[in-house]
Ligand binder design. Structure first.
Ligand code: ADA
Length: 553
């Protein structure tokens, strides 16, 4: 399953999920690896870091241009079709697609060289406090597309308070890979219909057809009422529908007003978790079943928000957030870089590509209400500031409808708090620092107010403690479940009384695997053990503490 709804009823699309052949670079042994999946699921490959080749055979039912879409390859994929190099993509967490023209009817070989090694070539996937797996880790699909097809549909809702009506701007991008031609476009959303005049397209031309319309009797999207609508767009040639593109959208606005975050004009308080895409049996390639389990568990703990720490998430999980009314802080890919790795010659371009692909592909999710960047990176340095500024400017170019933030840990020395719309800070008082949580919290906010963050919404973007599942200890020593629950409760006790806050995110939802290199000595089991559940989704004592507090906040 690629999305939680059907995106095409006319365009022929085939999911290429299943068992692909996989061989490690320069080895003949063939493994059968599931797609989506991680090669680490195989007992002989569960610590393999290197290159390898995935291959499968695809059948094309009639001569056509084909569109190959990969929702995620970890971390670099080089694509070959019938032995011809087609292109490549870096970053496990954003989708990419390539078109192969004039493919004959019949069987064809699809090959992907995959690399999850570390080094200068990989500025964002590095030895880190999470694991970079290897594989075709998100869904793969092949579509037969006409020479002129719909590339993208963007839905931009806004509310006209003078007429008390929802309006939206819809941008439809069409590409013509054939001879000069003309097409018409028709859109339908909840009995609101729009038809364009004939659109002339030169050969090779890409055109955006936009229109703005009021939408009668539609309901807004919110946590309490996550109302979604299908936006059906069709491309018409001589009265025949030749292509289609279905998006699922919601009518909502999000804005910052003074020190509040407003959803549809009403103040919201975000309470939730930081969640890595990581699971004991599936690595980062979570199945829909396990995504739904994570969502059910979070909602059982009364969350209303989730932070996709520290990278763009699988679109099926974002679809779940849309359906369940879970508000999302989606984050571009970066965790914990001091200045030196940010000066990797690939860092800026790989970051720019990730942000472009994150926003272009995830823009229509109403659940995403905040874009985040550069978690705990070098925001205390002038050179780091330039990169924060550059990335925030890039987001502004792509989307002015959502507030922006970054999570800092450069306490008392951050020089970038004037840049984000929302000030977010990661605190581990009670775990890394044995101080009074209330005193340390107030000292943090006093500093923020003195460092150009005053008057902005505030989010405690991370707080928590380590607890190893099954480590029960009446002495409540650190790493026991009891002490983890105590520290989380002590923090919640402070935050629930502070109405200066607009949100809190616990670190973290579930334990996740980390890279041994550089991290094993600080991470028992080579896991980040601050999950409120372990990697099998077994709840720790802290689970019921969170459930209780979040039910009251
Ligand atoms: C940081 C970081 C998280 C995680 C956490 C921890 O705040 O943002 O990714 O590493 O610390 O567990 O210490």
């Amino acid at each position: 399953m690629i999305r939680l709804f059907e995106q095409h009823k006319v365009r022929k699309i085939k999911e290429l999920d299943g068992l692909w052949d996989f061989s490690k670079a320069s080895e003949d042994k063939i493994y059968k690896i599931t797609v989506p999946g991680c090669w680490e699921q195989h007992p002989s490959l569960n610590t393999y870091r290197g290159q390898g080749v995935f291959s499968t055979t695809v059948e094309v039912s009639c001569e056509s241009d084909i569109l190959l879409e990969f929702k995620g390859v970890s971390h670099t994929g080089k694509l070959y079709f019938d032995g011809t190099y087609i292109g490549q993509h870096y970053n496990a967490f954003t989708p990419f697609r390539f078109i192969v023209s004039d493919v004959k009817e019949g069987l064809h070989e699809l090959k992907v060289e995959v690399d999850n090694t570390f080094g200068e070539h990989s500025a964002l996937h590095t030895p880190n406090d999470y694991y970079t797996y290897g594989g075709l880790t998100r869904p793969v699909s092949m579509s037969l597309i006409p020479k002129t097809y719909i590339k993208h549909v963007k839905f931009i809702p806004f509310y006209d308070s003078s007429s008390n009506e929802w309006e939206a701007k819809i941008d439809i991008t069409i590409v013509n890979h054939g001879e000069a031609t003309s097409r018409k476009v028709k859109c339908n959303l909840h009995n609101n219909e729009y038809s364009s005049d004939a659109v002339e397209l030169k050969s090779g031309e890409e055109k955006v057809i936009s229109f703005v319309s009021k939408f009668k009797d539609v309901e807004s999207w919110s946590h309490a009422n996550p109302k979604l609508y299908f936006l059906n767009t069709v491309l018409i040639e001589k009265d025949i529908v030749v292509d289609d593109f279905i998006e699922r959208v919601g009518f909502r606005t999000v804005e910052v007003k003074g020190s509040d975050i407003l959803l549809n004009g009403k103040k919201v308080f975000l309470k939730g978790f930081n969640r890595h895409e990581d699971h004991i049996t599936e690595g980062c390639a979570l199945s829909l079943q396990n995504m739904v389990l994570d969502m059910d568990l979070m909602q059982d703990m009364n969350v209303n928000a989730v932070r996709t720490s520290h990278y763009p998430n699988d679109e099926r999980f974002l679809d779940l957030c849309d359906e369940r009314g879970i508000m999302v802080w989606e984050e571009s890919h970066a965790r914990g870089f001091v200045l030196e790795p940010m000066q990797n010659p690939n860092f800026n371009k790989q970051s720019e590509d990730c942000i472009n692909e994150m926003i272009e592909n995830h823009y229509n999710h109403p659940s995403i209400i905040i874009w985040g960047i550069l978690n705990e990176c070098a925001s205390e340095t002038e050179e780091g500031r330039k990169m924060y500024q550059m990335q925030f400017d890039q987001i502004d170019e792509l989307d002015k409808t959502r507030p922006k933030t970054f999570a800092t840990c450069r306490h008392f020395k951050d020089i970038c708090l004037d840049l984000p719309d929302i000030v977010s800070f990661n605190m581990y008082t009670g775990w890394y620092q044995d101080l009074s949580i209330l005193e340390r919290h107030n000292k943090e906010i006093d500093w923020i107010n003195s460092a150009n963050g005053e008057g902005k919404p505030l989010i405690v973007s991370e707080f928590g403690a380590g607890g190893i599942y099954g480590n029960r200890d009446r002495r409540r020593l650190k790493w026991s479940e009891e002490r983890q629950a105590d520290i989380i409760e002590d923090n919640l006790e402070v935050y629930k009384k502070d109405d200066r806050l607009s949100g809190i995110f616990i670190w973290q939802f579930a334990d996740c695997r980390v890279t041994e290199e550089e991290w094993f000595d600080r991470r028992p089991r080579s896991y980040n053990n601050k999950g409120v559940l372990d990697e099998y989704r077994r709840p720790k004592i802290a689970y019921d503490v969170v459930k209780k507090y979040f039910s009251e906040m």
